[in-house]
Write a protein that binds this ligand. Structure first.
Ligand code: CTP
Length: 401
């Protein structure tokens, strides 16, 4: 089930040109299952008329304490909300909030709100750089208000090399999900290291040996762990996926580079999720020059690469949770159990590449989770994101033991 299903979100919109993007944000939140109450400042209502937001959210839009339904709506909405997002948060809104002013419905509601608050500032770059704005934002951050952006990029008045532009709706949604979920739970503040994707090994300067791993499973785990409040490092082989929001990404190419990155990250890791599919073999003597086709048949002698999970065992932090994967073709459970023991893992995610909907380069997966205690949990066929949540639930159970 989506993190947004049944959640009550107040989306405050203050008056800046970036509020055209708030329409998309309101729509995305609604589509994801949230109940979205939009509150407009007077200036915001000059940019976007209330019926636009009403059509996008299917709910009445509030703008004033004095209109029908407005009386006490600040208290009602403020108390009922699971999350308050203000996007865009203009320099003026930020200043009013930092001072604790309550001179309209949105600022009054923000004082009455008990839920987490996320601001997406957007303003002219000079206004953002102004010491007063900086001080206001610092004060709000010190009060526990979460901030996303602003980013560098085009502003209404032209391109800018300095921040001012409101973050895109997808980025605001990712931060909002972390505000909703990441305030409690065993992964909050923990360092989670995730590996993802294939590695590739050179045959010659233009040819490589690799495998079919798409990296999707690892990327979904990294994304979900960050949403749960973890500090996430994603070590990734070459894949065609966008970096997950909030996650520190390290790129590697070969199994040796992956091993070095894991070795470096492991001593600080509370959790390692080894979802990568490192190349198990590499050409033992890669050629320095391109081998021509007319030279005839090519035999490439291969040597095994290092088993990273086993080789880095001594770098593991005491009490850390180590998760491996086993993609098998037949007899998966028994092979998975043997791998868990051989690699000294706390949890292994087992799947069978021959099953429809499971394995490489598909959106779904059907896995079983085996732990050290001998417990086996079989998850249904579901999206890789849902599988990622199932894996992290199991990790949290182990952390909580
Ligand atoms: N793995 C690893 N180092 C490698 C290969 C794999 O650490 N060189 C990790 C994978 O990231 C995965 C787990 O080990 O979490 C199992 O991967 P798999 O390829 O099934 O393991 P192998 O040890 O290569 O097993 P097999 O003998 O079946 O090839």
């Amino acid at each position: 089930m989506s993190v947004w299903a049944g959640r009550r979100v107040v989306l405050g919109v203050s008056g800046g040109i970036a509020c055209y993007k708030s329409c998309t944000l309101a729509r995305r939140l609604t589509e994801a299952g949230a109940q979205v109450d939009v509150v407009l400042t007077q200036a915001a209502a000059e940019f976007i008329r209330p019926p636009t937001f009403e059509a996008l959210t299917g709910r009445p839009v509030l703008g004033s304490l004095w209109e029908p339904g407005g009386a006490l709506s600040h208290v009602r909405l403020g108390h009922a909300a699971d999350l308050v997002i203000v996007a865009p948060a203009t320099a003026h809104l930020v200043a009013r909030l930092a001072q604790g002013l309550a001179d309209d419905l949105l600022t009054t509601l923000l004082l009455a709100a008990t839920a987490p608050v996320l601001l997406a500032p957007a303003m002219n770059d000079e206004m953002y750089a102004h010491p007063q704005t900086r001080a206001n934002l610092e004060r709000l951050a010190a009060r526990g208000i979460a901030l996303v952006g602003p980013e560098v990029g085009a502003l209404a008045e032209g391109p800018s090399e300095r921040p001012g532009r409101m973050s895109e709706p997808e980025i605001i949604m990712a931060h909002a999900a972390r505000c909703l979920r990441g305030t409690a739970g065993p992964l909050r503040g923990r360092r989670v290291v995730v590996t993802a994707g294939p590695t590739r090994e050179s045959i010659d300067p233009v040819r490589v040996v690799t495998n079919r791993s798409s990296g999707k499973m690892g990327y979904r785990v990294a994304e979900a762990a960050w949403e749960r409040g973890a500090d996430v490092v994603l070590i990734t082989g070459p894949v065609a996926l966008p970096a997950p929001v909030g996650v520190r990404v390290m790129r590697v190419e070969t199994t040796t580079e992956l091993e070095a990155a894991v070795r470096e990250a492991l001593p600080a890791a509370d959790v390692l999720v080894m979802a990568a599919a490192p190349a198990d073999f590499r050409p033992s003597d890669p050629s320095d020059s391109k081998r021509a086709r007319h030279d005839g048949a090519l035999a490439v002698p291969m040597e095994p690469t290092v088993d990273i999970l086993s080789a880095t065992r001594s770098e593991r932090r005491a009490g850390s949770v180590i998760v491996g994967f086993a993609l098998e073709t037949g007899d998966a459970m028994a092979k998975g159990r043997a791998k868990l023991e051989r690699k000294d893992l706390d949890l292994i995610v087992v799947n069978d590449a021959l099953e429809p909907g499971a394995g490489f380069d598909v959106e779904t997966n059907r896995v079983a989770l085996l732990d050290r205690e001998g417990t086996a949990r079989i998850l249904p066929l579901q999206s890789k994101r849902q599988v990622a949540e199932g894996i992290l639930d199991a990790v949290e159970r182990i952390l909580g033991r």
